[in-house]
Design a protein around this ligand. Structure first.
Ligand code: MG
Length: 197
C-alpha cells in the first residue's frame, strides 16, 4: 500500500507570492511612492513589506489581498516552483499524493479547478475554508494521520498534525517560518532526493 503524502499548495507547490506581486505591480504602478514588489523579499503574510501601498492607501488591506487570491488574474499568472509539477508526477508513482490547502470562500473553487487542470495526477484535495484569511486558520488539526508524510511552508500547519515525517518547505526566510527545528527542504529537487531515493 502506498504511503500518504500530503502537500500544501500556496508557497509550497506554486509561487503564490510572485503572482500577488504581479497584480500589485500592475495596479499600483502609477501611484506616488510605488516601488515594484519583489517576491523574493516577501516575508510577511499580509505583504506589508513588499506591497506597502495596499496598506497605506486601502481601508481594508487584508480584504484586498484576499481579493487578489480569489481573482482570475492570480490563477492566470500562477507558476509552479521549479520542477514541482514533474516531481509531483514522479511522486505519484510511489505515494498517494493529497493536496491539503487553506482557501478563502472566493478562491476555493478556482483553486480546485486550477489543480484539476495543472496537476491532473492528484486525485485527492483537502480544502479548508479559512474565512479569517490569515493563511492557516485552525491549521490542519489532526487530520493528517500517523504514518503520513506532510510538506508545508507554515510551521503552524506542520505542528498541528500527527504526520510521522514533516518537512518545512523553506524557500526563503519569512517572519512566520522560524518556529521549526525539524527537517527543511528548500526546493523540489531536494524533495525528489529525499522521497524518491
Ligand atoms: Mg502554504
Amino acid at each position: 500500500m502506498k504511503t500518504d503524502l500530503y502537500i500544501d499548495f500556496d508557497s509550497t507547490i506554486v509561487n503564490s507570492d510572485k503572482s500577488i506581486c504581479k497584480i500589485y505591480n500592475n495596479d499600483y504602478k502609477d501611484y506616488d511612492g510605488f516601488v515594484p514588489a519583489d517576491w523574493t523579499k516577501h516575508s510577511n503574510w499580509s505583504y506589508k513589506n513588499i506591497c506597502p501601498l495596499i496598506h497605506e492607501l486601502e481601508d481594508d488591506p487584508i480584504q484586498i489581498i484576499q481579493d487578489y487570491y480569489g481573482s482570475e488574474r492570480f490563477f492566470n499568472q500562477l507558476e509552479f516552483y521549479d520542477n514541482a509539477q514533474e516531481i509531483i508526477t514522479k511522486l505519484k508513482e510511489k505515494y498517494n499524493v493529497i493536496i491539503c490547502t487553506s482557501a478563502f470562500p472566493k478562491n476555493a473553487s478556482k483553486k480546485v479547478l486550477w489543480i484539476e487542470e495543472h496537476l491532473t495526477m492528484v486525485d485527492e484535495i483537502i480544502t479548508i475554508i479559512n474565512k479569517s484569511g490569515n493563511g492557516y486558520g485552525k491549521s490542519r488539526v489532526a487530520m493528517i494521520e500517523d504514518g503520513a508524510i506532510f510538506i508545508d511552508d507554515h510551521p503552524k500547519n506542520l505542528h498541528s498534525t500527527k504526520a510521522t515525517h514533516k518537512y518545512l518547505y523553506k524557500f526563503k526566510e519569512t517572519d512566520f517560518n522560524g518556529d521549526w527545528d525539524g527537517p527543511v527542504v528548500a526546493n523540489w529537487k531536494e524533495i525528489e532526493r529525499i522521497l524518491l531515493k
